[in-house]
Design a protein around this ligand. Structure first.
Ligand code: BG6
Length: 514
């Protein structure tokens, strides 16, 4: 098969990076902001983490919130610090502009706008903050693409309603959406409703603000009902956006889990179909506006009853998304386990090792070809434009003796994925933008550490919050800059006359006009 190396991306393709308020902003109690989900996520050193403790703040439960509220100083609450974007956004945006970004995916902290989630009036200081951020982006011609809720339900709604477990939270979300759509009309064209909406299955607290006493309460019946409420909330947001500004485009966001059959056994292949049902269920509802055929058997066999109101079907139909967005980090292997009924594993981590793939430091299989497969599958299924809302590599940086970070692993990861994305576009898939996860180092969603670094812009801070928080450029900064300047054609970065390795050696990089 021929390949399209060194071919530019379609004109107008959006290049940039993606972040979330709770992982970058800090200023958690400034500007009238109220507390939210991430403010209660504890960072634990690796040795102290267990499977359910500290990995994806799964165990944030009633008791943990009480303990933290009583003695916050006893905990490392890294998301409260973020990486100080709240005070340094101008510098960060200038650096992103220097890389040539044309899009910046960010989220609004819901509790900066409605500190308690259900306040009568929005917080003007919060609204003004995002006005300033959007203006700063536009100053450089960077398009903001905004997630309405990226793991960020206000604490009051978590305590009062258990987040999206209750329909009251749908109303609060709708009001919040109306406020920001009206305020930022003309400034923000692209919106996403919920980040990785499918993560509710494993992380109902982080994803949907559901407060449990313990994990035994995390039943299928619960999480699918929570999802239903989020579908309705998402559809209402789409309807509202189109009403307030017909120019607005609203997308959904799926954590795409590409999977392969463990063998050529027909049962293993069938298992991949179940896995896809489990994963695509979310985009199926949000893009097609109704529950897909396969889910009814699954619901029946697991005794799941969805509390569907008579008006819901119509809302879902009227609130179909305009585009699909995904995060793509890895693939996994699916194996049939003699189950009598459809039983997905939906594994986020490699339970079965794929011998064909290398692993990242975090144990995530690195699979650029799987990215092309995913894009083809998604486009085939929906025929809607696709935005890459997240793709990236989290790893420890090893500065050289001169202090420069020559992050070739990050560059290789990006190169591989961009190459396969270009192939997918050549295949005919309509991908309109790519946002690298974490253009600057940020606090990890899963572990609240900063040492799992994603950034091309480094941040001088450690997991305990020590450091100056000053920003610096890594080798990948220059790589991405050249890649963007060539609209994706210069994958090997051999356009221009100075190899990037010169920079690693002496920190001097003179090709400023690429
Ligand atoms: C996605 C989330 O799950 O993956 C991001 O949308 C997150 O918020 C990213 O940061 C990477 O995960 P982690 O745990 O390495 O931060």
């Amino acid at each position: 098969m021929s390949r399209v190396t060194n071919t530019p991306f379609p004109e107008g393709f959006l290049w940039g990076g993606a972040t979330a308020a709770n992982q970058i902003e800090g200023g958690w109690d400034e500007g009238g902001r109220g507390p939210a989900a991430g403010d209660f996520a504890i960072h634990l050193p690796k040795e102290q983490r267990s499977k359910i403790n500290g990995e994806m703040y799964k165990d944030v439960n009633v008791k943990q919130i009480e303990r933290i509220e009583k003695n916050p100083e006893n905990y490392n609450l890294a998301k409260r610090r973020g990486v100080d974007f709240y005070h340094r956004y101008k510098e960060d945006i200038a650096l992103m502009a220097e890389m040539g970004f044309s899009v910046f995916r960010m989220s609004i902290s819901w509790s900066r706008i409605y500190p308690n989630g259900d306040d009568a009036q929005p917080n003007e200081e919060g609204l003004k903050f995002y006005d300033d951020v959007f203006d700063e982006l536009h100053k450089y011609g960077i398009e903001p693409l905004v997630t309405l809720d990226h793991f960020d339900v206000p604490l009051n709604l978590i305590k009062k309603y258990s987040g999206f477990k209750s329909r009251e939270t749908i109303d609060c979300f709708e009001k919040y959406c109306e406020t920001v759509f009206t305020r930022y009309k003309g400034k923000v064209k692209y919106w996403l409703t919920f980040n990785e909406i499918n993560c509710v299955l494993t992380n109902p607290y982080a994803c949907s603000g559901v407060l449990l006493n313990d994990q035994s309460e995390r039943t299928y019946e619960l999480v699918y009902n929570v999802s239903h409420n989020q579908f309705v909330a998402s559809a209402k947001a789409v309807i509202l956006a189109h009403k307030i500004d017909p120019e607005m485009k609203v997308g959904c966001m799926l954590c795409r889990l590409e999977n392969y059959a463990a063998s050529t056994k027909p049962e293993d292949v069938l298992q991949t179909v179940f896995e896809d049902h489990f994963n695509f269920f979310y985009t199926d509802v949000q893009a097609k506006g109704e529950y897909p055929y396969y889910i009814h058997r699954f619901f029946k066999e697991h005794n799941i009853k969805i509390d569907m109101k008579p008006e819901d079907a119509e809302i879902l139909k009227a609130g179909k998304v305009d585009f699909i967005s995904i995060s793509y980090y890895m693939s996994y292997v699916a194996q049939y386990k003699n189950q009598e009924i459809i039983e997905p594993t939906g594994s986020l981590v490699a339970v079965i090792k794929n011998p064909n793939l290398a692993m990242s430091e975090a144990g995530w299989p690195i699979d650029p070809v799987g990215f092309r497969t995913a894009l083809n599958r998604i486009y085939d299924r929906y025929g809607l434009p696709i935005f890459i809302a997240e793709n990236g590599l989290g790893s420890t940086d090893h500065p050289g003796e001169n202090g420069y970070v020559c992050d070739d692993d990050r560059i290789e990861y990006m190169k591989g994925h961009v190459r396969e994305m270009r192939e997918a576009i050549e295949d005919g898939v309509d991908v309109f933008g790519y946002a690298w996860w974490g253009p600057m180092d940020l606090v990890s969603s899963g572990t609240s550490e900063i040492s799992k670094r994603y950034g091309m812009i480094g941040i001088d801070a450690d997991n305990d919050g020590n450091g100056t928080y000053n920003r610096f450029k890594k080798k990948s900064f220059y790589y991405y800059k050249k890649l963007i300047a060539s609209n994706g054609a210069d994958l090997e970065n051999n356009i221009g006359d100075q190899p990037l390795d010169d920079w690693c050696a002496n920190g001097k990089y003179t090709v400023e006009n690429v």
